[in-house]
Design a protein around this ligand. Structure first.
Ligand SMILES: Nc1ncnc2c1ncn2[C@@H]1O[C@H](COP(=O)(O)OP(=O)(O)OP(=O)(O)O)[C@@H](O)[C@H]1O
Ligand SMILES: [Mg+2]
Length: 381
């Protein structure tokens, strides 16, 4: 395990690469001391497509954070996402040789190893093994069996897998940038650590990270992840729709979205506003009513939320989502998105930003940085 005094999270996203460096406050809370964010290049739908370009972005993001923090980073905890991610249930069982002795940490490790032994396609590997519950002697369900007495120990776990090629590319990019890769963490697990609260995890919650290229849906029940799925659309699809619909460049479409965008027509504050849309390649600008822009945004946001709803249905876990939904990721900045999601998902919904951090709080007070901050929390564990 790393011995650094600093903890570094690296979120290699479709839209931006974000690096967050923290140390600990006296109370052990994460204290953010450096943040570096650069626009992404060479990353598509959450997956690295061009090693050289992605390496440059990673290098720059970490260097910026280092400069702000005034420290030199040795290694990082990086996130991973993409459609290649799978979550599969697994189980393990071990006999406890001598009766009437306490179950030890080693017994737990043995049964976890059992749960890990599963046939995987040759091009996939395990990212996380997450114990859901332990069962002692086939009857008693416990959270932590250490110290209990029994003759048989079982575990029910969830295994998260990813494509070897995608995992190797994260490693390559970090190492080529000149840093060590301490661990790779599933992005929704990282985001969950920074935005979700303990009672949400226990009562059941769906975390929806709407980034640029992907929308990550993760359902947590009884304290741990029970379902995960990655939808290959996000805020960049909204921008593309605006560019196509209004015949303007993607760069200008992005600007219009950030400046005037709301999630749906009923969130428009003043519908008399007219928007100036720059033409492409020297063509004349034109003026449109704000409603025209918002209709385009609303259609795509509604579609994405529709996919999220389908995933929730498919998970079969709707009845276990007691707390509701949390929307995070950069697109969570779109005013009205929580209300729209509340109606579309039929779940009590709020926007989630990184919580419980000290230091440069303002620099990470943005749902787009949920993953990067969550990676730091994983690093500190
Ligand atoms: N104020 C805003 N209003 C609307 N959209 C916004 C706003 N701020 C950021 N976004 C959108 O958020 C998206 C980027 O989100 P984020 O930074 O979470 O993505 P990412 O982590 O790089 O991508 P991904 O997680 O999909 O790989 C972009 O599409 C951007 O346009
Ligand atoms: Mg992201």
């Amino acid at each position: 395990m790393p011995k650094d005094r600093y903890f570094t999270g690296l979120d290699i996203g479709t839209t931006k690469v974000a690096c967050v460096i923290a140390n600990r406050t006296e109370e052990g809370k994460p204290n953010v001391i450096g943040v570096g964010v650069v626009p992404s290049d060479g990353i598509n739908r959450g997956v690295i497509q061009n090693i050289e370009k992605a390496t440059l972005c990673v290098q720059e993001a970490i260097e910026r954070a280092e400069k702000m923090a005034g420290v030199k980073v040795e290694g990082v905890f990086a996130g991973i996402s993409g459609e290649h991610i799978n979550i599969v249930p697994s189980a393990g069982m071990v006999a406890l040789p001598k009766a009437n002795r306490d179950i030890t940490r080693e017994d737990v490790e043995r049964v976890m190893k059992q749960a890990e032994t599963m046939r995987l396609p040759a091009d996939e590997e395990i990212l996380h093994v997450i114990p859901r519950k332990f069962i002692v002697d086939g009857k008693v369900e416990v959270e932590d069996p250490v110290g209990m007495i029994g003759t048989k120990l079982e575990v029910k776990a969830n295994i998260i897998t990813g494509a070897t090629a995608a995992i190797q590319n994260v490693r390559k990019v970090v190492e080529r940038a000149g840093y060590k890769l301490y661990d790779i963490v599933l992005q929704p697990l990282a985001s969950a650590a920074s935005v979700l609260q303990e009672d949400e995890l226990i009562h059941g919650v769906v975390l929806v990270d709407i980034g640029g290229g992907t929308t990550d849906v993760a359902i947590f029940t009884e304290g741990s992840i029970a379902y995960a799925s990655i939808i290959p659309w996000g805020g960049d699809s909204i921008t593309n729709d605006i560019a196509l619909g209004l015949k303007t460049s993607r760069r200008d479409a992005e600007k219009l979205k950030i400046e005037y965008g709301v999630a749906a027509r009923n969130f428009i504050k003043d519908d008399s506003v007219k928007i100036r849309v720059p033409g492409i390649g020297g063509r004349k600008d034109k003026e449109i009513p704000i409603e025209t822009l918002i209709m385009i945004i609303e259609a795509r946001v509604d579609e994405i939320l529709g996919f999220v709803n389908e995933k929730i249905e498919k998970s079969g876990l709707r009845d276990f989502i007691g707390a509701g939904a949390v929307i995070t990721g950069g697109t969570a900045n779109l005013p009205g998105i929580a209300d729209l999601a509340e109606a579309r998902l039929d779940l009590h919904t709020k926007v989630g930003v990184p919580r419980e951090v000290a230091g440069l709080k303002d620099a990470v007070d943005n749902p787009a940085l949920a993953t990067a901050v969550g990676l730091v929390l994983h690093a500190m564990e």
